[in-house]
Design a protein around this ligand. Structure first.
Ligand SMILES: *Cc1c(COP(=O)(O)O)cnc(C)c1O
Length: 364
């Protein structure tokens, strides 16, 4: 049988590294308990308001969801004081990244991004026939000077992941503001703020820039601090003309009804979010102190994860003990990984394991 050929561009695409599931790890290593510190999920779950509203919705599963989640948009509009026509809701903010590429990237258009950042920017740009221009991070932080210098006549989009996944760092507020102000208006600036609520330093109030900067797009999500990763809801804030363009390329019923209901309930409970922010802040500090104390380098994190790097091989050995972290290649070091910060109990188990492994002779 002749092989059916895919589009040529798929040769360049690597599927997202999903890693093994909890069940697979338990089976492979014969473990009873596994601690998942690999996907930046929130250990604090979601607001208690969510469960109640979801159970009320279960009688209506035969109905299609709203094509545009108006109730959720209204809540977001009130929270941010931004007109509802500036919002689009996605099946995760990942979908909005895809819609942006679909609507705006033509063959050979260029998108500038950091070399170590969220991999979905690159995948979606390549799928549309675009090209990626990757600018190395500087000490784990977006290098805005070099990103600006990378602009060419083909540049269509610039991705700034702030805080950056996987390094956890934020760019300096003043530098970011200056950067946004000098980018030519025909280039879209995609500011991915998936971890915005975790930021402890004074972050750039990006939402207030939406009116003057027509090329600015802000992405946020319910998957991280809101603890609703399973349901897939993210949102973008942007000019109504961009929203209209994205509506042309999105699936009709892209956000399922339970997701809409859950996100709408979650957004009203900002007390819960403040509570999680505070708890997380204490734990991130604990993790960084402990890792640095053990001789492992870390970038300063303003998220719910820590990027650690050293010349020790730990990831595989942690896994054998039932602790999952995300390995990430970093030039100049034997091993780097991203560890999602858990509860104090989980963090202590992790730190204890790291310390013990550092004292062991490595027998791979
Ligand atoms: C998790 C994450 C997203 C996507 O989250 P969704 O679950 O698709 O909303 C987007 N950007 C970054 C940087 C992330 O870490």
């Amino acid at each position: 049988m002749t092989e059916i050929k895919t589009r040529k561009v798929l040769d360049q695409i690597t599927p997202y590294a999903l890693g093994q599931t909890l069940e697979q790890i338990k089976e492979t290593y014969q473990l009873d308990k596994v601690i998942k510190m690999s996907d930046n999920e929130s250990v604090y779950g979601c607001s208690p308001h969510v469960e109640k509203t979801l159970s009320n919705e279960l009688q209506s599963l035969f109905l299609y969801p709203n094509g545009i989640p108006e109730k959720l948009i209204k809540k977001l509009s009130t929270l941010y004081n931004v007109h509802p026509d500036h919002f689009i809701i996605g099946n995760g903010s990942e979908e909005i990244i895809r819609l942006l590429a679909r609507a705006y990237i033509s063959r050979d258009d260029e998108a500038i991004m950091a070399d170590i950042t969220f991999p979905r920017y690159e995948t979606n740009v390549l799928l549309e026939g675009g090209k990626t221009v990757k600018v190395p991070l500087k000490h784990g932080v977006h290098d805005l000077t070099r990103m600006y210098e990378a602009i060419s006549s083909m540049t269509k989009m610039i991705f700034i992941c702030n805080p950056n996944n996987p390094t956890g760092t934020v760019v300096d507020q003043t530098e970011l503001l200056e950067f946004i102000e000098k980018i030519p208006s025909h280039i879209l600036i995609v500011l991915d703020e998936a971890y915005y609520e975790y930021v402890k330093s004074d972050p750039l109030q990006s939402v207030t820039l939406l009116n003057e900067r027509k090329n600015l797009i802000i992405l946020r999500t319910f998957s991280k601090i809101y603890g609703l990763a399973a349901l897939r809801v993210g949102y973008g804030m942007m000019q109504p003309s961009v929203v209209e363009a994205l509506h042309k390329v999105k699936d009709v019923f892209n956000v399922n009804q339970l997701a809409q209901i859950a996100a709408t309930a979650a957004i009203t409970d900002q007390t819960f979010i403040d509570h999680v922010t505070e708890k997380n802040r204490i734990e991130v500090e604990f993790m960084m102190d402990q890792l640095i104390g053990a001789g492992i380098h870390c970038y300063p994190s303003e998220t719910n994860f820590v990027f650690a790097y050293s010349n020790h091989l730990l990831v595989e050995r942690l896994l054998r003990r039932g602790i999952m972290v995300r390995k990430i290649p970093l030039q100049g070091y034997e091993e780097a990984f991203r560890v999602t910060v858990g509860t104090r109990e989980e963090n202590e188990v992790f730190i204890q394991a790291v310390k013990q492994l550092l004292n062991e002779k490595v027998v791979q």
